[in-house]
Design a protein around this ligand. Sequence first.
Ligand SMILES: Cc1cc2nc3c(=O)[nH]c(=O)nc-3n(C[C@H](O)[C@H](O)[C@H](O)COP(=O)(O)O)c2cc1C
Length: 194
Amino acid sequence: MTLLQEAIDRIEVLVEQARNSQLREPMASSFATVDEQGRPSVRTLLLKKVDERGLVFFTNVHSRKGHHLDANPFAAVCVYYQEAHQQFQVEGPVEPITDDEADAYWQTRPRASQIGAYASHQSEVLTDRTLLQARVSKYEEQFTGMDIPRPPHWSGYRVIPERIEFWAGHPDRLNQRELYILKDGQWIKELLYP
Ligand SMILES: Cc1cc2nc3c(=O)[nH]c(=O)nc-3n(C[C@H](O)[C@H](O)[C@H](O)COP(=O)(O)O)c2cc1C
């Protein structure tokens, strides 16, 4: 097993444990991007797929984060599991997923979420919430009786891991930090002081 596969397996174990402990959103992550001026911002996103190729999430590509990723295609992801007192972090470049991948996931979305993806100009100013409801009604009417195609502004991105760190709480704050990092094309594993 490669070190990357080992790290991804560890993430999967953490997610599975969280799922078994009835956590509402076991894949909810703090997701940081950087704008064109180098200023960071962070928001919660649901990770939808985790494997050796990376971490996939879905969003509106015209959102604030979408603009950040256009200007600066790198991200940092952090997930903390309070019950387990463990955290994982992933950093690396971000690339758009393929249309086929986006279409496949789109088709699994509930119809109301699909309508919402059309109705929401994510991250733009909404002067009145009735406008949002009106847009929902408009698209419900437009798509009556038919499958809803994926709009071009709704897709996914993949964070390609170059750095993966696991943190585990230990007594007396002698916490454990294990770093998997890609150096000169090779994954290596190191411990870090807490
Ligand atoms: C639990 C939770 C899950 C979320 N999942 C997503 C998601 O998967 N995709 C998404 O675009 N926004 C998601 N959001 C909303 C984002 O946090 C954020 O408000 C939105 O993406 C706009 O961010 P931006 O203006 O930085 O682009 C989620 C919020 C919460 C609290």
